[in-house]
Design a protein around this ligand. Structure first.
Ligand SMILES: Cc1cc2nc3c(=O)[nH]c(=O)nc-3n(C[C@H](O)[C@H](O)[C@H](O)COP(=O)(O)O)c2cc1C
Length: 156
């Protein structure tokens, strides 16, 4: 079965970026899956979202919320939806992120609410990794690979 996955993430110091790339690798390991990875700030046509079978959003936890870049991006998508230019109702999505010390559960809740508000169906469990674990614990990113793979398999 052919699947198109889009991963949209933000990252300031590179941890969430490492995670996004590992998730992409895991997703791409499922036969027939194509994966696009876009960093917030990169130019890409918004209809890539509408055309994807599943979208994964990633952000670092900044003051227990997503980055301003992710907020702006999601608001931008929302304005397209309000103008009737896009309909994302029921499209499968997942959220992931990295954090440093605390507040990851508030971050997760806020992130999910923002994505669900756009019409996305977020069923999969959020994946969170601690920045230092990515840096210093071997195989931490294997969790991200598995998560990416499981997300694709959940779409079948
Ligand atoms: C301004 C700022 C605010 C942060 N706020 C939180 C926070 O509220 N809770 C937390 O656990 N980590 C917090 N962190 C730590 C980051 O979430 C963590 O280092 C993350 O992995 C950075 O991701 P990145 O390398 O993709 O930018 C904060 C970091 C910065 C720079």
């Amino acid at each position: 079965m052919k699947m198109k996955i889009l991963i949209i993430y933000d990252s300031n110091t590179g941890y969430t970026e490492k995670m996004a790339k590992a998730i992409a690798e895991g997703a791409a390991s499922v036969k027939g899956t194509t994966v696009d990875v876009k960093k917030i700030g990169e130019r890409f046509p918004l209809n890539m979202i509408a055309e994807a079978d599943g979208v994964l959003f990633g952000s670092p936890c900044i003051y227990s919320d997503v980055t301003n870049g992710v907020k702006d991006f999601l608001e931008h998508v929302e304005s397209y939806i309000k103008l009737g230019k896009m309909n994302l109702k029921g499209k499968k999505a997942g959220v992931f992120g990295t954090y440093g010390y605390d507040g990851a559960w508030i971050f997760e809740e806020r992130f999910k609410v923002r994505v669900v508000q756009l019409g996305f169906d977020v069923k999969s469990k959020t994946l969170q990794l601690v920045d230092t674990s990515i840096e210093s614990i071997p195989n931490t990113l294997d969790k991200a690979k598995t998560w990416g793979k499981e997300f694709v398999n959940s779409l079948k």
